[in-house]
Design a protein around this ligand. Sequence first.
Ligand code: PEP
Ligand code: MN
Length: 358
Amino acid sequence: MFQKHASRPFLIAGPCSAETEEQVLAVAHELVPLGIDLFRAGVWKPRTRPGAFEGNGASALPWLRRVKAETGLRTTIEVANANQVYEALKFGVDVLWVGARTTVNPFSVQEIADALRGVDVPVLVKNPVNPDLDLWIGAIERIRNAGVTQVGAIHRGFSAYAKSKFRNAPYWEIPIELRRRMPELPLICDNSHICGNRDDLLEVAQQALDLNYDGLMTEVHCTPDQAWSDAKQQITPFTYGELAGRLIVRRETTDNADFLENLENLRHKIDEVDLELFNLLARRMRLAEDIGRYKRRNNISILQTARWNEILEKAFAQGQARGLSEEFVEKYLTAVHQESISHQHTVLHAGAGVRFRD
Ligand code: PEP
Ligand code: MN
């Protein structure tokens, strides 16, 4: 379950919300020929502000049972508490998912996990709304500890205060680190909730496949503009078919000896450059320490904002000329600057008892 197929990712699609019986059946029938693996629909909808459509609740569950009976599609819904788990299982929902607003709360996740004890139904765990990898992993562990053997993760992006083209910032480094820590865990990208619009859905889906994700979860609605929730990001089954058809699926590796040898050579060169960069960084830190000693003798503070601004401005231009994005240059220099400050700190206080405790 949840793993990608030889020629395409594992595909989950369906409307944001189950609005009416006709609506879910219509979209499900249109999705069948596209060969999706799992049909999604929200039954209990967590909404940020009160007053919006909060789902039809348990009364929508027979509609999903009918989807399965008529189309053969397996179904998945979000559950946020024990009662929702019992209701979903009573109506034969095949896969449950834990939503982003639930993953943040260990009490709720534990309640869901306890309700699942002895019922080995597959579960997908969305990332929490806040960018906290341990919280995401903790929720996965709670579900697994309840004896659920088929667990996967859904990356749906993270809340950020800063304005960006995305509804939820992808912070790709978080799912990449999840992959490193849990290499066997199937990973699915919810491109709809990352994007919050229709225009970037393909780009984000492709980015996920380029990172070797197993699958995609995408919101599909027959009349997206009239959708009762998340209208801006939903697409028609036709557009979804086009999107799925345009995805480039890559393999993680190959046994082609030439390819492997060339790759090995290039990786070796990269390792050499990385080592060179470390040597240069060490040299930079020695210089920072010299400055620290000098400042100590003259009783000058470490942080000098004007100098820091000057470094950043110069680096943006130098980075741009070398094909390095402003975002990267800023992250890189901030890290280097912090390390320099910490080296200067050590030098500035060497032998002086400024710590309250050790
Ligand atoms: C959803 O999938 O419709 C949903 C509410 O998602 P999230 O938990 O990612 O906000
Ligand atoms: Mn939605």
